[in-house]
Ligand binder design. Structure first.
Ligand code: SF4
Length: 237
């Protein structure tokens, strides 16, 4: 990690108020705290080039409370990134302080860093966990980590997000749905369309593929839905 956090400071790219653009809380107003680094490199990631600045925990807390007063109420404070669980030493005490102040914590994570989640779970109210198909990310297969991660995450409200492009292999999609079926079949699964040239939902071929995968996925788990990236449609942050 280029800039390891401490309990008192961490590299944060931005803190802002906006509408949640993904998943089962789509359209709610959240405060987003975006951390700088990630330990993997998904082919489609548009966050990794963003440069953060060192912020103290007090500065971050004060800014979040300022936004809550100025633009709230917000349903959640969303820790996002990058990968927020790389910042465990910082986010754990920050989350505890924010929850004491009456705010709720939404953890948006790539679903890989199992020991960090085990440490953080007590301070989370909702977990949005990715499952990463290698044919889409260009990364290795993380199914073993996703399985262990979901076993812990399900203690709190959780949903699984799978980014899908036309490159996705049916076998790896089924493998990921099978993890949800085996570990936590009550957990909703959200399919997010991703296309190279246009926003995913504007690609008819991709949307047809996703509809077929949604039908297939419904044979494995109770709830599978297709949710395009709302913030990209509205052209907001
Ligand atoms: S896990 Fe998320 S932040 Fe990390 S590289 Fe992939 S898309 Fe980017």
């Amino acid at each position: 990690m280029n800039h390891p956090p401490t309990a008192d400071s961490a590299r944060i790219t931005e803190i802002f108020s906006s509408l949640q653009g993904e998943g089962i809380r789509l359209g709610e107003r959240h405060i987003f705290v975006r951390f700088e680094e990630c330990h993997i490199h998904c082919a489609y990631c548009d966050e990794l080039h963003k440069i953060g600045r060192e912020m103290t925990r007090t500065e971050a807390f004060d800014e979040i409370l300022r936004l809550e007063k100025a633009e709230g109420p917000h349903t959640y404070v969303s820790f996002t990134g990058g990968e927020p669980l790389m910042y465990l030493s910082f986010i754990k005490p920050l989350a505890r302080e924010l929850r004491k102040a009456g705010l709720k914590i939404y953890l948006e994570t790539n679903g890989i860093l199992v020991p960090a989640l085990a440490e953080m779970i007590e301070e989370c109210d909702l977990i949005a966990m990715d499952m990463k198909p290698p044919s889409v990310t260009g990364e290795r297969n993380f199914d073993a980590e996703h399985r262990q991660f979901l076993e812990i995450a399900r203690q709190k409200e959780t949903f699984v997000k799978i980014i899908l492009s036309k490159e996705v292999q049916e076998a790896e999609f089924i493998a990921e749905l099978s993890i949800v079926r085996d570990v936590a079949p009550e957990v909703p699964v959200v399919l997010v369309p991703l296309s190279a040239d246009v926003e995913g939902h504007e690609d008819p071929e991709l949307m047809q593929r996703l509809q077929a995968l949604q039908r297939l996925g419904s044979k494995y788990v109770r709830s599978v839905r297709i949710v395009p990236r709302f913030h990209k449609i509205l052209k907001i942050k």
